[in-house]
Design a protein around this ligand. Structure first.
Ligand code: ATP
Length: 300
């Protein structure tokens, strides 16, 4: 038997970041949206454990850790330990989400692996347990299970779905060099020594979502990590400007970057912005959201 689970990339429509807590984590108030860039994780029966990763030509294969260091290994061990079973499966990951790009690709793979291995091993883990295991793996992993659009609090691991009836069109421009999330938070601390304890709330963003109007959403997008990412990668400011000059309603850095996102009026406008950006950038993707969280696509 083999099971394929698909899990989406996330973008942060609102990312409010507070001063670091005593445990070193930054408190967040974020609005996540799952978008249609997805990784597929296939788990098949096997007496031992193997993990293979396939990437498209625009992702550097060396950027994805090999078996033993991959977040999928950790997900498998955590799930197996929780149920007292042995780790045994042959797992393959097909990546389409930029690596170290601020779109939580590793988190998507971890969420997909939890679901695929739960089914393969017949464990019937409850949703609450699956979410708790996901939160142990990383702050963005619970959202990759839930998908859609959700408010994230705590360090982002406490997720609560929110209404988002429209379809929003995005142009995504990955960078050929990743940016380390901890490095971006360190620069945020340096640039914002008086960051508030309570992160900026997401009220304006949630109201904008409810209008279904992309012009209003464009005005409400918010990312407190953007200045830190731009400080580390000043070239991204030129890209944001170029996207807006090419017809995007708004450009912003995705999470901790360096992937840049451009909100477009509709599907046709997104394709036009993408065509313009493609004149100077080698990888330009068009996608939309919200889409579902980790879900089974094939049982064979
Ligand atoms: P986040 O915003 O959640 O920190 P990100 O989107 O910036 O993440 P990821 O693609 O999740 O970045 O990768 C972060 C790091 O995780 C990478 O530098 C990589 O070394 C490691 N990693 C471990 N497993 C994976 C995986 N399956 N796919 C991608 N990266 C992985």
């Amino acid at each position: 038997m083999s099971i394929t689970v698909r899990a989406p990339a996330k973008i942060n429509l609102h990312l409010g970041v507070g001063a670091p807590r005593a445990d070193g984590f930054h408190p967040l108030v974020t609005v996540y949206q799952a978008v249609g860039l997805c990784d597929d994780v296939t788990a098949a029966e096997s007496p031992g454990w193997t993990l293979g990763v396939t990437v498209p030509d625009w992702i550097d294969p060396d950027a994805v850790p090999v078996t033993g260091a991959n977040i999928v290994d950790r997900a498998a061990r955590l799930l197996a330990d929780h149920h007292g079973v042995e780790v045994h499966a042959s797992v393959s990951v097909i990546k389409s989400i930029p690596v170290a790009g601020g779109m939580a690709g590793g988190s998507a793979d971890a969420a997909a692996a939890l679901v695929a291995l739960d089914r393969l091993w017949g464990l019937e883990t409850t949703d609450d347990d699956l979410l708790a295991l996901a939160a142990e793996l990383g702050s963005d992993v619970p959202f990759a299970l839930v998908g859609g659009t959700a408010l994230g609090t705590g360090r982002g691991e406490l997720v609560e779905p929110v209404a988002d009836p429209a379809t929003w069109w995005w142009v995504v421009v990955p960078s050929d060099q990743g940016l380390s999330t901890p490095a971006v938070y360190r620069r945020f601390d340096e640039l914002s020594p008086d960051a508030p304890e309570e992160p900026a709330d997401a009220r304006a963003l949630l109201l904008a979502l409810a209008t279904g109007d992309p012009v209003i959403l464009a005005g409400a997008l918010h990312n407190d990590l953007e200045s830190a990412a731009l400080d580390l990668r000043p070239d991204l400011a030129d890209l944001l400007e170029l996207g807006e000059a090419s017809g995007a309603l708004r450009g912003l850095v995705s999470g901790s970057g360096p992937t840049c996102l451009f909100l477009a009026e509709d599907a046709d406008a997104a394709r036009e912005v993408a065509a313009r950006l493609s004149e100077s950038r080698s990888v330009v993707l068009v996608t939309n959201g919200p889409v579902a969280g980790a879900h089974v696509v094939t049982y064979a």
